[in-house]
Design a binder for this molecule. Sequence first.
Ligand SMILES: [Zn+2]
Length: 279
Amino acid sequence: MIDGHCHLLPLHLRVPGSKAWRDPWFAACHAMEFPRFASGEDVVQALDEVGLEQAVVFGWPFADPGLLREVNDYTAAEVGASGGRLIGFATVNPGQASAGAEIGRCQGLGLSGLGELNCDAQGFNLAWEGGLRSTLKRCEEMDWPVLLHASEPVGHLYPGKGTATPGRLWRLLEPMVQAAPGLRLCLAHLGGGLPLYGHMPEVRDLCQRLWFDTAAIPYLYRPGVLRAVTELLGADRICFGSDFPLLRPARYRVQLEEMSESAARQWLAPATRAWLGRP
Ligand SMILES: [Zn+2]
């Protein structure tokens, strides 16, 4: 049983005034009195509270490639020290020419997937062209799962919401599933609600080729949302992701129990493992 969505941050970048805070998206998302940050050990502790075995960990979607290298190095070190509890993803900026080289470097460090990418935080073009296309094609070739941030086109505003909404995502995804049929892409935060359009046959067909994670849904939806998505797409499309340290995995019990007893018992393990390519 795996938590597929946890953020790590090295100690020196947590300090106010460090270069992380000059990244406007990072600063906006952590502008509270006690912002939460996590080490690999913190993640393992949160897993142990609820009996989860492993977590996918990654840094923050910084725009600057130097910061991305630092968080990727930290992620790899924490994964190495975790005794197999942590699975590390690389974070790169698809909008920058250095993305390809950084993916290769991270593979050498033992990282095995890509994410969480965020078009608003990182400033890349959310379209099947240019940097994003070549980055995603590369992940397909390497058999790397990918996690992409998504958000709701409606409802309340909050720091970190962004504009990767179902309408914009649709224009990326339609050509993507044709051109990269082997790519395993998970859209975070229930894909900004894309699965809720699953009564439309073409939306349902496309969503059957993607995964959607549960990250932050206790802040966004009523508990019944997972049952609704299960009815539209099937439970095998929903991955468990907590967005730790924003929320602890334990906070998701209510949503999972509302979905089904077995989902609550297994923490959506079959879908999460399928996305990660670890059956
Ligand atoms: Zn996100």
